[in-house]
Design a protein around this ligand. Structure first.
Ligand SMILES: [Fe+2]
Ligand SMILES: [Fe+2]
Length: 253
């Protein structure tokens, strides 16, 4: 029997970073929501556990400060991820404005958008806790996201899915890069008493969960005919290049 390999398999395999949830095929189901809730609860329990473990460690050794470079990495992660999730929200809003009533892809886009809403809300809470500087281009990401989302949908359902395929491929890899950076901070320092260590561990879990959801969006797009979009290869390259350029700008501005 032949098993179908999901489009996200290469990104998952190259990451060497375990998913926090198993890939879920039928995403618009109550099962999926239960799955998310269970994962969230597990993370909360883990955070509580880490917190009490952290307290007992703290009583033994002096706290080791995060370096300036570590602060810079965390600041960049917060800014670029918040900006990216703003863009993602508006991409799906733009697609819903055109395809929201489509019985086939409307509910799928709505589901993906709901997950992006949660991602953005999470970063909106995290950014101040890390005293990170939000992107100065907030309105630009909103307008550009909506324009690109609606524009892709006007080209057809397949082009809308091709945008999701390209963007989520880049974002999946981008989250993997950030997870690696954070794990390196934890490993490099080796100090169990590293300042805000437990929050960094919790952030890694959050990024893994979001990465897995972005890769589900990628699989959904591929399963819903992204490759049938007109000039798919060209669109894919243009969308990926655009997404990578946005990430680089959002890291700085
Ligand atoms: Fe997202
Ligand atoms: Fe996404």
């Amino acid at each position: 029997m032949l098993f179908k390999v999901p489009a996200s398999a290469a990104i998952r395999a190259s990451s060497c970073i375990a998913p926090t949830t198993l890939p879920v095929r039928s995403i618009v189901t109550g099962r999926r929501l239960l799955h998310s809730t269970a994962a969230t609860n597990a993370t909360t329990v883990q955070r509580d556990h880490l917190s009490s473990a952290g307290e007992s460690r703290a009583s033994r050794k002096p706290v080791k400060k995060l370096s300036e470079e570590h602060h810079r990495i965390l600041d960049e992660i917060m800014r670029v991820d918040q900006a990216g999730e703003i863009g993602a929200n508006f991409i799906y809003k733009g697609q819903l404005a055109i395809l929201g009533r489509d019985k086939k892809v409307g509910p799928l886009i709505e589901h993906m958008w709901q997950q992006e809403v949660h991602h953005l809300e999470t970063f909106n809470k995290l950014v101040p806790t890390w005293r990170a500087r939000p992107s100065l281009l907030y309105p630009v990401w909103q307008a550009a996201g909506f324009a690109v989302g609606a524009g892709s949908a006007l080209l057809g359902k397949e082009a809308a899915m091709a945008l999701t395929e390209a963007v989520e491929t880049v974002i999946g890899e981008h989250y993997n890069d950030q997870i690696r950076s954070l794990l390196q901070i934890l490993e490099e320092d080796g100090s169990e008493n590293l300042e805000r260590r437990d929050e960094i561990v919790a952030l890694v879990e959050t990024l893994k969960r979001f990465r897995d959801e972005e890769l589900e969006h990628l699989d959904t797009a591929v399963e819903h005919d992204a490759a049938k979009a007109p000039a798919h290869t060209v669109l894919n390259s243009v969308f990926k290049a655009g997404c990578k350029a946005v990430i680089e700008v959002a890291k700085r501005v």
